[in-house]
Design a protein around this ligand. Structure first.
Ligand SMILES: Cc1cc2nc3c(=O)[nH]c(=O)nc-3n(C[C@H](O)[C@H](O)[C@H](O)COP(=O)(O)OP(=O)(O)OC[C@H]3O[C@@H](n4cnc5c(N)ncnc54)[C@H](O)[C@@H]3O)c2cc1C
Length: 302
């Protein structure tokens, strides 16, 4: 029986682990994909105090190392269910189950997908949500990036250092990212921007050859040569499996406030998965500390 089980090893979950461990609690952190969370997809972070400029993977490594150095147990596995009984919580993964007196859900958000048509399942292998992870597969090739916000523009700039051609496809008539990023994209000779257009499908025989697109205003259909497709059209919560323990708002985020509490004693929320104005590393680590200290208070009063 752990004192605390943290679901999700992003900045929020790893911070919660460090705070609980420093209060002499035993902690298990369960992670389904990459230790470090979303930041592992970020080539460069320049707004996390104390680091000036750091790659997402390096910051993630440091956070993981910090949690392990304090005594955290880390396991890879997707949590499929969390249930409560009189003694505590059972946290179930595909491989088994774990017992904890408290649980911190720090499950972040997942990538929004696109309803693309595709006649050949193999073509999905050329679709990615992460230039840091998969960009190297497209060295000297042509890629399409769908999206026009900061993430899409960062992905396009990173891919432009590797690829022969990068086409950004944005549904709105303008890009929505920061002015500085838009300037960099517009000045980059490897990047072409097509606005007012949506990606509709994957075309090819065995491997991706073209991305089908449609102009929003006219409905005119066309296609763009592409060896790879990177989708960066936003992030959405994935919290339904915890709905019996915590309130969700109309968009599916946990309705917990700054105190990170839920209607279930011993069950706490931290990071991007909860309703909030600003989703950043700083706000995620803040929640991690708040949730862990709330859990420690609960453990001491039990
Ligand atoms: C490309 C990109 C660039 C960014 N750049 C910056 C930046 O420069 N500065 C900044 O401050 N922020 C940046 N952000 C935002 C920042 O990464 C997030 O705000 C932060 O990671 C949120 O931390 P979190 O711990 O709440 O969630 P996440 O980082 O999303 O971590 C949640 C973790 O939970 C895991 N998980 C989810 N469900 C389960 C489950 N059922 N079982 C087990 N594990 C599960 C996920 O796999 C994930 O690892 C960027 C994000 C992206 C995508």
């Amino acid at each position: 029986m752990y004192d605390m089980i943290v679901v999700g090893a992003g900045p929020a979950g790893l911070t919660a682990a460090v705070y609980a461990l420093r209060a002499n609690k035993t902690v298990l952190v369960l992670e389904k994909a990459s230790f470090g969370g979303q930041i592992t997809h970020s080539p460069k972070i320049e707004n996390f105090p104390g680091t000036v400029r750091i790659s997402g993977t390096e910051l993630a490594d440091r956070m993981v190392e910090h949690a392990i150095s304090q005594g955290a147990d880390l396991e890879l596995g997707e949590v499929t269910e969390v249930s409560r009984d009189e003694e505590g919580f059972t946290v179930t993964t595909e491989d088994g189950s774990y017992r904890g007196k408290t649980v911190v859900a720090a499950v972040g958000v997942r990538h929004r997908t696109l309803p693309l048509t595709c006649a050949d399942e193999a073509l999905w292998e050329s679709v990615s949500y992460c230039a840091v992870c998969d960009g190297a597969f497209y060295k000297d090739k042509e890629v399409v990036v769908v999206g026009g916000g900061n993430s899409a523009l960062q992905e396009a700039l990173m891919l432009s250092e590797l690829c022969k051609k990068v086409t950004v496809v944005q549904n709105l008539p303008y890009l929505t990212g920061e002015a500085r990023l838009i300037e960099l994209v517009n000045a980059n000779p490897t990047i072409t921007v097509i606005t007012g257009t949506v990606a509709t499908g994957l075309l090819g025989n065995g491997t991706l050859e073209r991305v089908a697109v449609k102009e929003e205003a006219t409905g005119k259909e066309d296609s763009i040569p592409a060896d790879g497709l990177f989708i960066a059209v936003g992030l959405v919560p994935d919290n339904d499996r915890y709905a019996s323990l915590a309130e969700l708002n109309e968009w599916g985020y946990f309705a917990s406030g700054e105190d990170c509490l839920t209607r279930t004693p011993g069950f706490y929320i931290a990071g991007d998965c909860r309703s909030k104005q600003i989703r950043q590393i700083t706000t995620a680590v803040s929640d991690g500390a708040t949730a862990a200290l709330a859990a420690c208070r609960y453990l001491e009063q039990r």
